[in-house]
Design a binder for this molecule. Structure first.
Ligand code: ATP
Length: 209
């Protein structure tokens, strides 16, 4: 089973997330991309305190119709801080395979601060997506001493155990959840930045006002 785990706060999920996930899926020939909204993100505040059930619902609405996209409530059900390492272990057990952990370059640049990072590097591949305003730095500047275990490949880096860091140039879409929340507060239209059904749900539930 070739599968990707796409973690995030998804507050809310937007068309940037959806499009880049689709591009990564195609590039890596994944059978599944599992969206895993966090309960409490360890690396940032949960803006507007939007309840996890609402963020889950928004992802559910957004991915409807894409047979390759799946939604998992694993982190939401576990409550507390959502550490990706536990999510990776969970899905490794289920699918008996090494996942591709999908994240943006901005998030990858911060990876040394992640919980239990040593185990992270041995339990998953990383699919690092380009993102406007995020710079691709030399690997040793991002992961320090961990870089020694990797050698360069055409598409990134590989470790002796076979785990890869793969850089994927995706369509640059300068869309972020924070921008969408701001626009909602200012009562500006978010049309086409999120799927139509998501726009309706956010409006009806008055989520970011
Ligand atoms: P916020 O603006 O609140 O910080 P966000 O738009 O970055 O949110 P997250 O839910 O934090 O959304 O993102 C989940 C993952 O998706 C992260 O790894 C992030 O880097 C990546 N990502 C989000 N938007 C894009 C985009 N437009 N292009 C590439 N990667 C993206």
């Amino acid at each position: 089973m070739r599968f990707g785990i796409f973690g995030g706060t998804f507050n809310p999920v937007h068309s940037g997330h959806l499009r880049v996930a689709e591009e990564v899926r195609q590039y890596l020939d994944l059978e599944k991309v599992i969206f895993v909204p966090s309960y409490l993100p360890p690396h940032k505040d949960l803006a507007d305190n939007v309840h996890a059930d609402k963020r889950l619902e928004i992802v559910k609405i957004a991915i409807k119709g894409n047979p390759y996209f799946d939604l998992s409530s694993f982190e939401v059900e576990n409550k507390g801080n959502s550490y990706s390492i536990f999510t990776i272990e969970h899905f490794r057990k289920i699918y008996k395979a090494t996942p591709y952990f999908i994240l943006g370059q901005d998030a990858f640049n911060d990876i040394l601060s992640w919980y239990d990072k040593d185990r992270l590097f041995s339990l998953t591949h990383f699919a690092v997506m380009s993102r406007p305003h995020a710079q691709r730095l030399p690997l040793n500047r991002i992961i320090g001493e961990h870089a020694a275990g990797y050698s360069q490949t055409q598409r990134g880096y590989i470790k002796e155990c076979g785990n890869e860091i793969i850089y994927i140039e995706v369509t640059p879409l300068d869309i972020s959840s924070s921008k969408i929340r701001d626009m909602c507060k200012k009562q500006e239209s978010i049309r086409y930045l999120v799927p139509e059904e998501v726009e309706k749900y956010i409006k009806n539930e008055r989520i970011y006002l």
